[in-house]
Structures are given as C-alpha cells and as structure tokens.
Design a protein around this ligand. Structure first.
Ligand SMILES: *Cc1c(COP(=O)(O)O)cnc(C)c1O
Length: 370
C-alpha cells in the first residue's frame, strides 16, 4: 500500500520537538494567538521575504481577509481562474464581490495572463492568480496589467510555500499573499491554519484587526470583524515545522525529478516546470487521457492517487448562479478530465517512486499522440 500522503512519517521524524512545543503552550495557556503565534508570524514573514505575516485560522480566512483589507465588497469584480480549489472562489463570494474567470494556460495550469485585459471593467478591483500545485503563476504580466489599471494583486499561495518566481518568493510579489496550513499542505499545522503576507503596513493592520472581531483594543470595535484567530498550539507547531520546510521542499523537488526520469518513456505527460519557477511540488500531477480507469487500476494495486480537481469551479452546482456553462473554459475542463496526482511527500522512498512508476507503465496508460 502506497499512500497519497503520509503525515505520520513526518510527525515521527520530529516528534520530540513537536511534543515539547505543544507542552510549552499548555504551560503558558496562550491557546489563542499569543507569543508563539507572534513569533511564528515574524519567522514566516522572513521566510516569505515579506515585511508582515498575519496568522489566521485557515487559508480560506486568509483569502477572505486579504480581499476585505483591499476594500473588496458587493458590486466589485475579482478576476481569477476556475481551475483551483473551491475556497478561492468561496472567499470572493463571502465579500459580496463577483468572481470573473479567465482560463488557465494549458501547460502550466496557472492563469493565462493574456486573457485578463478583456475581462477588466470599471468594477474590477483585484486580480487573484493561484500558484497551483506549487508553481507560481506568470506574475510579471499580471503585475504590469494591475499597475496599468490600478488593481490590487492577491496571490493564492495556499499550495506554494517557498515557491519562487524569478527568484522572488510566492506571497511577496503581489500586494498580498494567502497561505494555508491545512495538515496536507507543504507547511501543515496539526489542525487548521493560514496566513496573509504583505509589505503594506496598512493592509497588515486591517487584517490583524479583522481576524480578532475588528478590535485593536478589547471591546472597541473599529471594523465589523470575525473570529479568524490562529491557535497558540498551531503557532508553536508551525514554528518547529518551518525550520524543516526547506529540506522537505528540496526532497519534494528531488522526488519530482526522479518521477520525471522514471516516467520519461511512459507516454504520460509529466509536469512542465516554467524556467522562471521554483516549483515546490505540493502536487505532482501527470496528464493522461484515460485518467479515471488508470486511477482505478492503480488503486487495485494499492497505490493511492488524487485528482486536483475533477470539476472546475465554473461547472460546480453551488456556483451555477455565476452564469457560466460547460465549454466556457476549455483548458480548465480538459485539465480537470486528465490530471492525476501521484503520491508525493518528503518522506516517500526511492522504492515507492519506482513502484508507482512501474505500475503506471504496466497499467497500459494510453499516451498522447502529440
Ligand atoms: C487549501 C487551499 C485553500 C484553502 O485553504 P484552507 O486552509 O483549507 O481553508 C485555498 N486555495 C487553494 C489553492 C488551496 O489549495
């Protein structure tokens, strides 16, 4: 049995430090925010090459508050992609704004910057690219377009801790960056967590207030806020894990290179890494026409895989009121039909990489003709 993800292996490798960190919080009783969270925020900001990081209780909350801090509300439009986890779109809808989709680039799976301009209206406030699978979107044309039209750029970096675009860290390129610390993410808490990064002090101040009931001083509510605070135990755990993140990321990148070699003759399409990118391989997705039958055949051999994501958001029932229809974003739709995420985590071994690759070849995957 080869799991898609193995969180237990990672815990076992750092157990004494994690247990000590949790004990520290239990001793101080700083269960919500507190010193561990404040220290983590400083360390994570520095890791992201940003001035500020604000811890919140999920990646979804990070997106919601980033949008609110940028002044997004009812009547506004936010340009994003349909090929993402649903949270990206949910957070936009929470603010009362309307998500406007542009298709993805079929090779990188990230926002096709060439399609943005035709979608900009008087109502557009934000461009929200997603660094899908751990590979940064092509940020230069996005930033150029935003500058020309006076728009704010918010990076959905929930899958891209430590990823780089032309040497700059994800979350430091746009006006705001949003991270998730969901357990399975590259930097995962032992529960829910998230953060917003920014170099803008005013955005950071507003997000700090909004996550804690809109009050900088207790019971003086300056803004209509939320209970989106990061827990002390998660802050302490994230501080320990942040110290290992670079070595874990390098392990993921080595595994990706190894998969590429092992699958070179397989007929499968392996991930394309754009030359400007440091891809951090949150997901290692191959592309294959008969994806669903291949996934079943692998499972029968004890190999777990994932699909990120089987239905693009514009075709989801919950968002049918946005007025999109099948066929509107063909690159997103064909990616959704063909991507298959292989087991990928820092602790996966060479023999497992070989077994997955051998099984893929033996299951007679049908290759592309072009
Ligand atoms: C995980 C994820 C989110 C949401 O983060 P949560 O911590 O689960 O709320 C948002 N966007 C993307 C692209 C994600 O992968």
């Amino acid at each position: 049995m080869i799991p898609f993800l193995d969180l237990k292996a990672q815990y076992q490798s750092i157990r004494p430090e994690i247990d000590a960190a949790i004990s520290r919080v239990l001793e101080t009783s700083q269960f919500v925010l507190g010193e561990e969270v404040a220290a983590f925020e400083k360390e994570f900001a520095s890791y992201c090459q940003c001035l500020h990081a604000v811890g919140v209780n999920s990646g979804t909350s990070a997106l919601h508050l980033a949008l609110l801090s940028a002044g997004v509300g009812p009547g506004d439009e936010v340009i994003t992609v349909p090929f993402t986890f649903v949270a990206t779109i949910a957070a936009i809808v929470y603010t009362g704004a309307r998500p406007i989709f542009v298709d993805i680039d079929p090779v990188s799976f990230t926002m096709d910057a060439a399609q943005i301009e035709e979608k900009i209206t008087r109502r557009t406030k934000v461009i929200l690219p997603v660094h899908l699978y751990g590979q940064p979107a092509d940020m230069d044309p996005i930033m150029e377009m935003a500058g020309r039209h006076g728009l704010v750029v918010i990076e959905d970096a929930a899958q891209a801790h430590g990823a780089e675009y032309k040497g700059r860290r994800a979350g430091s390129i746009g006006d705001l960056g949003c991270f998730s610390f969901y357990p399975g993410k590259n930097l995962g808490a032992y529960g829910e967590g998230g953060a917003v990064t920014t170099n803008n002090l005013e955005y950071a101040r507003r997000i700090r207030i909004l996550r804690d009931w809109g009050a900088e001083h207790k019971y003086q509510h300056e803004l209509k806020g939320y209970n989106y605070r990061l827990e002390g135990i998660q802050g302490a755990i994230l501080r320990v894990k942040l110290r290992y993140l670079e070595s874990w990321t390098e392990a993921r990148r080595r595994h990706a290179v190894r998969y590429n070699e092992l699958l070179a003759e397989s007929g499968l399409r392996t991930p394309f890494v754009i030359p400007y990118a440091r891809h951090v391989f949150h997901i290692y997705a191959v592309r294959v026409p008969k994806r669903n039958s291949l996934q079943k055949a692998l499972l029968a051999r004890g190999i777990q895989t994932g699909i990120h994501y089987p239905i693009p958001v514009h075709n989801q029932q919950a968002y049918s009121d946005l007025g999109y229809k099948p066929g509107d974003f063909i690159c997103a739709e064909s990616a959704a039909d063909e991507v298959l995420s292989l087991p990928m985590y820092p602790e996966i071994g060479e023999s497992q990489l070989e077994e997955v690759s051998e099984s893929l070849k033996e299951c007679g995957c049908v290759g592309f003709n072009h």
